[in-house]
Design a protein around this ligand. Structure first.
Ligand code: APR
Length: 234
C-alpha cells in the first residue's frame, strides 16, 4: 500500500536573527558578537592553533547562553507549521533551539555548540556532557577535543546536501540572516524558479537580494506569525 503525501515542502533558512528574541546575540548587528570579539581570534583554525584556551572560553560561554535560552515564538511557529507542511530547516545557527521547539528536520550548516569532536578525526563527534570543553580533554584517539563548529576558512560539509534540499522547496523562507557569509548565503539562489520566496528580517537588503523575494520587514516572531497566517489562508 502507498500513501501519497501531498504536503507542500517548505524549506526555512535561518540565521542568528532567528534566535535574537531568545536573548542570543547576533554577530553583525550593533552590539553583536563580532564587535566584542575578533573573528580571527576565536573562529578560525589559526586561532585554534594559537590559543586553544581562548577559543574554548569563547565557545564555552556561547554554550552556557544556549543552555539558558529558550525557543522563541518564531521557533514555535516553524514547528507548528509541520502540521500543515513538510518543513525542513537549514540553519546557520549553532544553537539547538529549533530542535527544542519541536522541529523534526533540522540541518546545521555551521555545526552545533552542544557537541564536540576530535581535532584529528572529524567523524568522532560527542555530546558535551559537563557543559564545557577544556584544554586537556581528549578524544579516544588521544587528540584535543574541539567545538563541533565550522570555522571561517573551513569547508562546509553539509553544503551540497543543503543545495539539493533547497532545490526541492515549494516555499522558501529565509529568517534573520545578513546573507553576507558564503557559501551559506548563496543558498537563496538555488531555489526552483517556481518556488515562492519570503525573507523575514527587520534589516535592510540590497535590491539584488530582494529580487523575487517578498520581504517581511519584521522580527522573526512577528514576521513568521504574519507569514503563517498567509500560508494557511491559501
Ligand atoms: N528577528 C529576525 N531577524 C533579526 C532580528 C530579529 N529579532 N534581530 C536581528 N535580525 C537580523 C539582522 O537584521 C541581520 O540581518 O539578523 C541578521 C543577523 O545577521 P548576522 O549577525 O550577520 O548573522 P548571520 O547572518 O546568521 O551570520 C552568518 O556568520 O559569524 C558567522 O558562522 C556565523 O553562522 C554565522 C554566519
Amino acid at each position: 500500500m502507498f500513501i501519497l503525501s501531498s504536503l507542500k515542502k517548505i524549506v526555512v533558512f535561518t540565521g542568528a536573527g532567528m534566535s535574537a528574541e531568545s536573548g542570543l546575540k547576533t554577530f553583525r548587528d550593533s552590539n553583536g558578537l563580532w564587535e566584542e570579539y575578533r573573528i580571527e581570534d576565536v573562529a578560525t583554525p589559526e586561532a585554534w592553533q594559537n590559543n586553544k584556551a581562548h577559543v574554548l572560553r569563547f565557545y564555552n560561554e556561547r554554550l552556557k547562553q544556549v543552555i539558558e535560552a529558550k525557543p522563541n515564538q518564531g521557533h514555535l511557529i516553524l514547528a507548528e507549521l509541520q502540521k500543515h507542511f513538510d518543513v525542513q530547516i537549514i540553519t546557520q545557527n549553532i544553537d539547538d533551539l529549533h530542535e527544542r521547539a519541536g522541529s523534526k528536520k533540522v540541518l546545521h550548516l555551521h555545526g552545533l555548540i552542544t557537541k564536540m569532536r576530535s581535532s584529528i578525526d572529524e567523524n568522532l563527534i560527542y555530546p558535551i556532557k559537563k557543559q564545557k570543553i577544556e584544554v586537556g580533554d581528549l578524544c579516544e584517539k588521544g587528540s584535543q577535543l574541539r567545538p563541533h563548529i565550522v570555522w571561517f576558512g573551513e569547508m562546509v560539509p553539509e553544503m551540497d546536501n543543503a543545495m539539493s534540499i533547497v532545490a526541492e522547496a515549494d516555499i522558501f523562507i529565509t529568517v534573520g540572516t545578513s546573507l553576507v557569509v558564503y557559501p551559506a548565503a548563496g543558498l537563496i539562489y538555488h531555489t526552483n524558479p517556481m518556488a515562492k520566496k519570503y525573507l523575514v528580517d527587520p534589516g535592510n537588503f540590497e535590491a539584488s537580494v530582494l529580487q523575487s523575494i517578498n520581504h517581511i520587514k519584521k522580527t522573526a516572531s512577528q514576521g513568521l506569525d504574519e507569514l503563517k497566517k498567509l500560508l494557511l489562508s491559501k
